[in-house]
Structures are given as C-alpha cells and as structure tokens.
Design a protein around this ligand. Structure first.
Ligand code: ME8
Length: 640
C-alpha cells in the first residue's frame, strides 16, 4: 500500500518556529510509522515563496526577493535534520518544474472554461492572502491577524469554484474520513451550506510581479493558493512521472486550522476541475499557544526549534510535542512543561527502567540475554500488556492520536517499573536456587524493552537506536513481524551505555531550597550539641528537624566512591541527596522506594556532589537498612 504525507509549504517571510516544526514532526513520525508497518511511504515538505508578503519581507530586509527566498528557504531546509526530520522531497514554489506545471494546469483549466475574467471588489487580508467574507470578520478584523482587511476593487481572473460545491458536499459526506478530526469536517460542511463564491486566482502585474505569470495573460500572475496547493502534485512529478502514479491519490495532508478552507475547499475543487482524484485525507491540528495566544510570526511570540534541540535534544522535543498536544486541539507551550516531561516521563520512567534493567542483566546475568523459563502470572501479565501495547499503539497512530499512542507506551513502562519492585531481582540473586526465576524476570524485562523500542522508533528514532544497540538488536524495526513476545535470542551480548536522558535542573530550584534551609541553619548545630551533652532534647528542639517522606526516583553510584550513592528524590519537588549506602544497596533496587529524609540540613558537598538533606537509615547487625513508611503516602508528607 502507498502512503504520501505532506506538510504545508511554509511562507518564507519569517524563520521556522515551533508551530512549523510540529506539523513537520507529525509528518516525519507518521511516515516512519508507516514504513515500520511495511507501507511504501513518502514525505514532502517545502517552502511557499511567491506573493505580496514575501516581497514585503524582502524589501524590509533590503535584498531582492530571490536572494531573500533562497536565504529563508535554506533556513527551513536546515531546521529539519537536527530534529531527526527526514523528508524525501523539499519543494520550493520557485522551482522551474513547479512553475511549468502550474502554468500548464492553469491553461488546461482556462481551456475548459473554469477560469474567467471579471471585476471584483472585496475585503482582502494580506496575512491570509485571500479575500474574507463579512461573516468571517470579528469586530471588523481578520480573526487570525487581528487587523481589518483592506477593501480592494480590481479586474482579475476567477476559478469557477462554485461549480463544484455540490460535488464537494457529496464527497465529504460519502467519505467520513476525508477531513479529520470530525470537528473540522463539520466546520467545512457548515460553511458549505452557504453558496460558495468563485476564487480569485490572479494579481495584476501592476501590483505584484513576484508570482507565476498566467500563460493566457501575462499582465497577471497567479494568486498564492493556485500556485501553492499545486505543490502537492508537482512534487511527485504530475502529470506523467512514476512517482505520481505511485503516490496519488494516496496523499494525506497535514495542516493547522488556519489553512482549513484552502485545503478542504479550494484544493479538492481545483483537483476536480483538473480531472485528478481528490487526495485521501486532510488532517487538521490546532495551534501551539504561548500564554493563551497563538504562537505566530505576526505576533512575534515564537519559540525556535533549534534552541530547544540544543538544550533538550531532538527526541525530547519530538516526544514532548506529540505527547502534549491532542491532535486537533490547541496546546500550550512552556519550558516548564517540557522540563517536567524530560525529567518525569523520559529520565525517570523510561530512562530508569532501561538503565535498571540493563544494569541488573550486567550484574546478575553476565551481560547476556538470559534464557526465559516458565512464565509466572506476573511475567505473563507484563508480557501480555507489552504485546497488547503494540496493537493499541498501531491503532492510535493510525488515528493520529499520538498522545494516546504514547500513553499506551508509558502505561507499560510504569507497569515494568512496578514489576521490578515486585519481583526484586536483587533478592532472587542472593539464592542460587532461584537462578531460573531470576533469568526469566530479566528476560521479561529485556523483551519488554525491545517492544518499547519498537514503538518508539517512529517517535524518538535516536532513542530507539540506542536502546536496540544496547539490546544487541541490529535489524531495523518492523512492527508487523517483531511485535510478538519472545523474539530476543538468549546469549546475545547486552551493553550498558550512557543514560538515555539526562536529568535536568529546574529553574528556581535552588531558591526553594534556600528558603527551606534558612530558618534552621545554625540552630540545628545547637540541637546536635544538646543531644551530645545531655542525651535529651526538648520538643521544641525536635520540631526544628524537618523530616519528610521522599521517593527515590533515580540513583547512581558516585565515581571513585564505594560508599556513596547520588539519589534524586521527590519530596515533592526534586532534590539531590548523597547517601552512604552503596555497600548495602544497588542503585537499581531502591528506585521507587519511599524513605524518610532530613529536609532542612545545610547543603554539603560530598565527592563533588552537593547533597540537599540526609536519608535516614538504621544501622543494625544486618547492616544499614533504609527508613521507610508502612504504607505509601504522598511525597513530601511531614514526619512528626
Ligand atoms: O499558510 N501552531 O504558510 P505558513 C501550530 N504558505 N502550527 C502552526 C502554528 C502554531 N502556532 N503556526 C504555524 C501558509 N503553524 C501557506 C501554506 S500550503 C499549500 C501553503 C504551521 O508559513 C501549521 O502547519 O503561514 C500551519 O498550517 C502552517 O504552519 C502555516 O504556515
């Protein structure tokens, strides 16, 4: 089966921002997904380089339109590889082949009588590059650009769009998936209840020269949409190249709601007039907002994808955007929420599962995939969940519900982390008669990781490659063939690599700690003195100790120390505490445990790591045993 996915071609009147990156990441992800489902997939993006807006921007920059479009188009092209976005084609509307095909289409449509010359007066929005109807205005302004459109009256060429209105209504009604999500299908159908006006497709060269000349009247150039929309077919060699036969009408377009009308109304009617089958589906997403306002070059509140990649890495940015937005609805961007996903979903949940599992295989199974024995109920439960995840993931991805697809993956990650605590491989390792059980538990974990990496290959390609390399898998991902349980070969070498995701510091974290530390500093010293002198303290003295319940969310050995572990605790805000327990606990076995900490100790540096507090432990004949609570309780609860 063929699959052809496109993004809008972006205007080159401004540099790429996160909104552009989102549509393009979605296209890349879905293309990778289809490929790992063995579909023949193609992905196209590019730049839209004609029109008033481009000339304005070039003039503003003091360069010729050609120099300007080359520069900004180059920025779009260069923005994608750092995000692991790999289009098969990057089209530019200034490409000669595109221009020729647009002209030959214009001639055909003109010859068949679907383009005519007429006088037109209307309200033109420069931002939208189209005439708006009175109904679309909000308080006299264009709702997207918050400016009043300009009244324009001139002679122009028109495309007989109204002729195809009934056909379009029938097509949308007969093909429920033509426009998704449904809200946008309904919006288009409701718009089509009113008679459709014909579409102005030209500009006189007296007003605009930066466009494609009409082949039948060189005093005019095409107006932006008749040029831009056609990119979807010129990019695959319409009319006679093999690629066109191979990928049309398998096309699926991704856009945001700002350009719904051109894609849902202009484009299918244009295709119908040209005599080409309509595209297969239109996928419409919402806006990325910053503080409730659409991120847009016009407003200037933009986030640059390159800066985020430098700070967080491509896979974190891809994961965040796909996980945080429900496709179709608006979503809000903030660095805080990106940081929270990085630390909690990626470093804590996935990163910990991965490093704990591999470290245990290294310690208890000699760095090799062990052989699985009979599955216990708990092994079977995790195995079933991991296999069911593959089906759920596929279904949600096919429906463009990326956030749900990722929720399904993270549900299994959570389950696997609990499975480690429940099956405590470090306990099993203490008794050689448990060898088979231990091997089965470790195998179950590795096999779960393999299935997780299989799903993640489309969303976080770099992470999936790292995971597979550690698991000793050197075949490419194939969701149809590899989505079964038990494919990992025993005896295969396992490599423990770097942590998948670094934990990152929250801004303002230090401040919070200082606030907590201050009231107790100094006084605590006196308290210790009082314990030393008479062995008794007053209740007042006791209340100066800020004891809290904290969950260990990450643990690692401190280099060059046999005794110290660096712990990341949630109490409920995150803090680092250094604990002298490495001889008694392996890092992998304490993750997820709740302990009691002294939260208001003055920070102290141990082997180069600053510790913000102290974990309480009992020292008995059995060795050092960590404090805990008898039932789970919210992190940060006060111990009194
Ligand atoms: O409209 N949130 O180009 P454009 C989500 N050249 N997506 C956003 C966004 C936001 N805040 N801001 C922009 C054009 N986008 C025409 C298209 S197609 C034949 C011609 C994304 O540079 C989203 O995909 O204004 C939106 O549809 C597109 O950028 C608009 O890009």
């Amino acid at each position: 089966m063929s699959f052809y996915i496109t993004t809008p071609i972006f205007y080159v009147n401004a540099k790429p921002h996160l909104g552009h990156a989102y549509s393009t990441i979605v296209a890349d992800t879905i293309c990778r997904f289809k490929r790992i489902c063995a579909e023949d997939s193609r992905f196209q993006t590019g730049t839209d380089e004609h029109g008033d807006k481009i000339v304005e921007a070039a003039t503003g920059a003091g360069v010729s339109p050609k120099e300007y479009v080359d520069r900004i188009s180059g920025m779009f092209r260069a923005a994608w590889p750092p995000l692991s976005i790999e289009p098969d084609n990057f089209i530019r509307t200034t490409d000669q082949e595109h221009i020729q095909v647009v002209q030959s289409i214009l001639q055909d449509v003109y010859d068949k009588g679907d383009i005519y010359f007429s006088e037109y007066s209307g309200l033109y929005c420069n931002g939208c590059e189209r005439f708006l109807t009175e109904k679309e205005l909000v308080d006299g302004n264009c709702p997207d650009h918050q400016k009043p459109p300009a009244p324009i009256s001139e002679q122009n060429y028109f495309f007989r769009m109204s002729k195809y209105q009934d056909w379009l209504i029938d097509h949308i009604k007969n093909n429920p998936e033509f426009i998704t999500p449904e809200r946008y299908r309904n919006e288009v159908l409701s718009f089509l209840k009113e008679p459709l006006e014909d579409l102005c497709i030209s500009r006189p060269t007296s007003r605009l020269t930066w466009g494609i000349p009409l082949p039948f009247d060189t005093n005019f150039v095409t107006y932006v949409w008749f040029d831009a929309l056609i990119n979807y077919i010129t990019g695959i060699g319409y009319p006679d190249k093999d690629l066109f036969a191979r990928y049309w009408p398998a096309a699926e377009h991704i856009i945001a709601k700002d350009i719904l009308k051109p894609h849902a109304i202009f484009w299918p009617t244009m295709l119908q007039s040209i005599g080409i089958a309509p595209y297969k589906r239109l996928h419409v997403h919402g806006y990325w907002n910053i503080n409730e306002t659409k991120m847009s070059k016009t407003i200037g509140n933009v986030v640059r994808p390159g800066e985020l990649v430098d700070e967080f890495g491509a896979d974190t940015v891809r994961y965040f955007l796909l996980r945080e937005m429900s496709f179709g609805l608006d979503a809000s961007f903030s660095t805080e929420s990106l940081l929270a996903r990085q630390n909690s979903d990626l470093a804590n949940d996935l990163g910990n599962l991965f490093s704990r599992s591999l470290t245990m295989v290294a310690r208890f199974a000699g760095n090799q995939t062990p052989k699985q024995g009979n599955l216990s109920e708990s092994d079977q439960e995790l195995a079933d969940a991991a296999v069911a995840m593959i089906e759920e993931f596929k279904a949600q991805m096919n429906g463009f519900a990326f956030h749900k697809a990722l929720q399904a993956v993270w549900a299994v990650i959570g389950r696997a982390n609990r499975y480690i605590v429940e099956n405590a491989p470090w306990e099993l390792a203490k008794d050689p008669t448990n060898a088979e059980r231990l091997a089965t538990v470790l195998y179950t974990l590795l096999e779960t990781l393999r299935l997780l990496a299989l799903c993640l290959a489309a969303v976080m390609p770099g992470t999936a490659v790292k995971m597979n390399a550690s698991l000793g898998i050197d075949t490419g991902p194939d969701l149809l063939q590899q989505g079964r349980w038990g494919l990992l070969e025993p005896g295969c070498a396992i490599t423990v690599g770097e942590a998948l995701f670094p934990r990152m510091d929250k801004k303002g974290k230090k401040k919070e700690k200082k606030k907590q530390d201050k009231p107790q500093e100094g006084k605590k010293q006196k308290k210790s003195e009082s314990v030393d002198t008479d062995g008794m303290i007053s209740f007042d003295d006791f209340t100066k100790l800020d004891l809290r319940v904290a969950e260990i969310v990450a643990a690692e050995k401190i280099k060059k120390s046999d005794r110290l572990l660096k712990l990341t605790l949630k109490a409920p805000e995150e803090r680092t505490v250094v604990a002298g327990i490495a001889e008694h606990y392996g890092p992998e076995e304490i993750i997820g445990k709740q302990v009691i900490i002294v939260a208001n100790l003055k920070p102290a540096k141990l082997m180069g790591v600053t510790s913000h507090g102290m974990v309480l432990a009992a020292k008995g004949e059995e060795g050092l045993v960590l404090s805990s609570v008898s039932r789970p309780v919210s992190n940060g609860s006060k111990v009194s």
